[in-house]
Write a protein that binds this ligand. Structure first.
Ligand code: ZN
Length: 298
C-alpha cells in the first residue's frame, strides 16, 4: 500500500505533466473504481485546467479552473503512468526494476486515461480497484468527511511536540495506535510509524499518554519522536525523488519504490541502533504487524 512518501513522489512525478495543463481528452474505461466515478466525470474534467496539484495526507488534489477539485487516491495497488509527448517517438515503456508491487498488466487495469495539453498521457492503473477519484467543489472540501476528519500534515509546522502531546494526553491506547490515528496526524502509515519509533527508541507498546505530562505539555521524549517522524518521511521522499529521476527517462511509472527500512519487515535481523545488539521482533497491534527492537526501544 502506498504511504505518504510514495504519494508525494507520485505528485511530484505528475506535476510536470498536469500542472498548468488542460484535460484535452478524458477516458473512463469503467464506471467505477472503489466507488462509482463521479457523475459526468468526463464532462467535468475535459477543457478544465489543472491550476495546482497538491496533496493532503494520501489524497492527491488537482485544483481545477472550474472551481472544483479532483481528488485521487491510490488505494492498495493504484499507480500512475506518464507518457510524455516526446516518448511517443522513442522509447517504449518497459517494466522498471525495484517496485514494491508488480504493476498490473499494461492495458488490463488502465482504468482512467487523461490526455493533457502538455502533450502527456496520464494513465491510472489499479488492478485491485481500491483507489478512487472524486470531484468536489473547492468550497465544500471541508464538508468531505474523509478530508475534514484529518489531523495536521506530519511534515507541516502544525505538527509539533505540543500538538502531539495534547492529542495523546490521557490516552490509554498504544503509541503505535495513536500515531496511526489519522485525526492525530494525517497520512502516517504502518511502515513509517515503525521506523520513527525505532529511530527515537520508543517502544510501540508504550502508552500514548506518556508523550504528555499531567498538564498536557510535551514530555522530553516527544520532540525527538516528532523529529524522527519528519526525518523518516523526508528521507523516503528524497529516495522517491531519486527513483523518479532514475525512472523518468526509461519509464513513466509512478508509485512504488523500494526503500531501505531499519526495522520494517526485518524480523530476526540485527537492530540498526549503534551498540544495541538487539534483534528485531514482530508483534501484531490492532491487526497490523509492528516491527521493533525490544532492547533499545523503551
Ligand atoms: Zn535496538
Amino acid at each position: 500500500m502506498p504511504e505518504l512518501p510514495e504519494v508525494e513522489t507520485v505528485r511530484r512525478g505528475l506535476q510536470p505533466a498536469m500542472e498548468g495543463a488542460r484535460f484535452t481528452r478524458v477516458e473512463a474505461r469503467r464506471p467505477d473504481l472503489r466507488f462509482p466515478l463521479p457523475k459526468n466525470f468526463v464532462q467535468r474534467l475535459e477543457g478544465q485546467t489543472v491550476v495546482g496539484l497538491g496533496r493532503r495526507a494520501k489524497y492527491l488534489m488537482a485544483d481545477l479552473s472550474s472551481g472544483e477539485v479532483l481528488i485521487m487516491h491510490l488505494g492498495m495497488s493504484g499507480s500512475f503512468h506518464v507518457l510524455h509527448g516526446q516518448d511517443l517517438h522513442g522509447k517504449d515503456a518497459d517494466t522498471p526494476g525495484k517496485f514494491h508491487h508488480e504493476r498490473g498488466k499494461i492495458g488490463n487495469h488502465d482504468h482512467v486515461v487523461f490526455q493533457m495539453s502538455s502533450g502527456a498521457t496520464v494513465t491510472f492503473n489499479d488492478p485491485r480497484r481500491f483507489g478512487f477519484m472524486k470531484i468536489v467543489e473547492r468550497g465544500k472540501l471541508d464538508d468531505e468527511p474523509m478530508i475534514a476528519s484529518l489531523g495536521p500534515e506530519p511534515l507541516g509546522n502544525a505538527f509539533d511536540a505540543a500538538m502531539l502531546a495534547q492529542a495523546c494526553k490521557g490516552k490509554k491506547t498504544s503509541i503505535k495506535a495513536a500515531l496511526l490515528d489519522q485525526q492525530n496526524v494525517a497520512g502516517l502509515g504502518n511502515i513509517y510509524v515503525c521506523e520513527a519509533l525505532n529511530r527515537s527508541r520508543l517502544s510501540p507498546k508504550r502508552q500514548a499518554s506518556t508523550l504528555a505530562t499531567r498538564t498536557g505539555a510535551p514530555h522530553a521524549r516527544t520532540a525527538p519522536l516528532v523529529d524522527a517522524i519528519k526525518a523518516v518521511l523526508q528521507d523516503a521522499i528524497k529516495a522517491g525523488g531519486s527513483s523518479l529521476r532514475d525512472h523518468r527517462q526509461t519509464d513513466g511509472d509512478l508509485g512504488y519504490f523500494q526503500h531501505h527500512f531499519r526495522v520494517y519487515d526485518r524480523e530476526g535481523e540485527k537492530c540498526p541502533t549503534p551498540g544495541c545488539g538487539g534483534t528485531i521482533k514482530r508483534i501484531v497491534q490492532t491487526g497490523r504487524s509492528t516491527f521493533f527492537c525490544p532492547v533499545c526501544q523503551k
